[in-house]
Write a protein that binds this ligand. Sequence first.
Ligand code: IMP
Length: 180
Amino acid sequence: MYFITSNEGKFREAKELAAKYSVEVKWLKMEYIEPQGNSLEEIAKLSAEMLAEKVDGDFVIEDSGLFVEALKGFPGPYSSYVFKTIGNEGILKLMKGEENRKAYFKAVVAYFDGKDVHIFTGMVSGEIAREARGAGGFGYDPIFLYNGRTFAEMETEEKNRVSHRRRAFEKLFMWLKEKD
Ligand code: IMP
C-alpha cells in the first residue's frame, strides 16, 4: 500500500512497523489540502475519500493532533496550524499557572482498500511540561511529558514504541493480518 504524506518521519515510522507485520508500505510523497472538520476522524475520512478519486490502488493516510484537557481539547484538529502560528511557546503561555497539565496525542489512520475507507485510532496520554525540553523529535515533542521525560528527550525508537501513531498503525496492520 501507499502511505500518502509529505512527512518523511511519519513514513519511516510506519514502514518500520509494517515490516514487522510483513506489510509493504511505499511512500507517495504528496501534499494535499485537508478538508475542514471538527474531528481528526472526520478530516481523515474526508481526505481519504477525496484522494481515492485521484490515486490508483490501496493507500493509507494519517492525521494527528495534541489535545490539552485544560484547554478543552485545543489545539486538537487544528494542531498543525497552531504549531505553525503560536507554536510550543504559545501553548506554554496559554498553560501558565494551570495546574491540570493532562494532555494526549491522537492519531487517526484512514486506509482505503480500493473500495471503502477504514478508520483506526491510537492515543498516548501524558502532560504538558512547564518548559520546552529536548532536541529530538518534531512538533510538540519538546513540551509533551511522558513518564517524566519529554518525547524530545527520548530516542526516536523509544518514542515510537509508545506513540499514538504506532498504536493506530498497529491496529491497521493487525486488522489486515486477521483478514488474510
Ligand atoms: P498532521 O497530522 O501532519 O496534520 O500534524 C498535526 C500537528 O500535530 C503537527 O503540527 C505536528 O507537529 C503535531 N504532531 C503530530 N504528531 C506528533 C508527534 O508525534 N509529536 C509531536 N507533534 C506531533
